[in-house]
Design a protein. Structure first.
Length: 331
């Protein structure tokens, strides 16, 4: 079926080809990041000879990478000189949210797993995750930087001002609650994270100067029953790691820790029911499965869990370059 306003005669193959050769752009992005193209241009615009000198690349390869990044919109080019586009400057130019560690994870860990995707499709079994110490370091550095991006996008999109007592339940990274604490000086936070995360959470709070406004209560996420009467509850990157029964129980215990009228922020990739699925969520459904078999759930199913647990879904926040957030109210 063709889209409204098109026909077999007027349709073009552009979209098919853009998708089909997408891996070429991804691999050149990873190479440009690994070889320092973006960091070199963060110091100022360069021509090809200067870029080759700054990165140690041959001029031929510097041109291939610079032109591909220009074609994809990440570099601007004028009179043979290249400079960072605004999004590349913000997220690949060496700032606080520099995504180089995430791109390294995609290149070194994720991409190899996607080479197992055909087998995963044919068998409905995830790929084999073979890790050593260096690969785990790359894995964790990339995932945590991606989480930091999600936390920053949440802090830009949600008003933490009205709240005083935050529960962060079962998350993998402290960045979300730290962002909320920075946004609202009157807010205190309680982390109920897996015991393996206690040390890293404590270090992050200390580094942010927020240790006096937070407490850590270690507990396995699938069994944690935090209690209390919090007015804001976060459940970030939790549900894709557990099955439906476990998620229903987690959300019920989250509700029992919230006062009536409290707000829940449930952040994760979700499959929607719109006429056109949001791409980043659907693509991560494949990513999560081939990496370790975890699940991107339909939003409609998650809404059913929330309602059954005593939460009333209120709105959905689609965060740029990040998961969506289901915002719900305790009833």
């Amino acid at each position: 079926m063709t889209e409204p306003g098109t026909s077999a005669e007027t349709a073009t193959p552009d979209r098919i080809l853009d998708v089909a050769i997408g891996y070429m752009g991804a691999k050149q992005l990873f190479a440009a990041a690994r070889c320092g193209v973006f960091r070199a241009l963060a110091e100022g615009e360069h021509d090809i000879a200067q870029l080759a000198s700054a990165t140690g690349l041959s001029e031929r390869m510097a041109r291939i990478l610079a032109d591909s990044m220009n074609a994809l919109g990440l570099l601007e080019r004028r009179d043979g000189r290249y400079r960072l586009a605004p999004d590349a400057a913000a997220y690949l130019g060496g700032g606080e949210l520099d995504l180089h560690p995430f791109l390294a994870f995609l290149n070194e860990i994720s991409y190899g797993h996607w080479l197992q995707f055909d087998t995963a499709v044919d068998t409905s079994e995830p790929g084999r995750l073979e890790m050593d110490e260096d690969r785990w370091k790359a894995f964790m550095a990339g995932v945590m930087r991606y989480n930091a991006l999600h936390a920053a996008m949440l802090a830009r999109s949600f008003d933490f001002g009205p709240y005083r007592d935050l529960l962060d339940l079962g998350g993998l990274a402290p960045d979300f609650a730290i962002g909320a604490l920075k946004a609202n000086p009157g807010l205190s936070a309680r982390f109920v994270f897996d015991p393996a995360s206690t040390e890293s959470v404590a270090r992050a709070l200390e580094a942010a100067g927020l240790a006096d406004r937070a407490r850590i209560d270690p507990a396995p996420t699938e069994a944690a029953d935090p209690g209390g009467e919090h007015d804001l509850v976060m459940v970030n990157h939790v549900i894709h790691r557990f099955d439906a029964a476990q998620n229903r129980a987690i959300l019920a215990r989250a509700r029992s820790a919230a006062r009536p009228g409290a707000t829940l922020l449930l952040l994760d990739f979700l499959l929607d029911g719109d006429d056109r699925q949001r791409p980043i969520d659907a693509l991560h459904a494949g990513e999560y499965f081939v990496i370790d078999g975890t699940v991107v759930y339909p939003e409609s199913e998650v809404r059913q869990w929330l309602t059954a647990a005593g939460w009333r879904p209120r709105e959905v926040l689609a965060l740029p370059g990040s998961p969506r957030v289901l915002v719900a109210e305790a009833v």
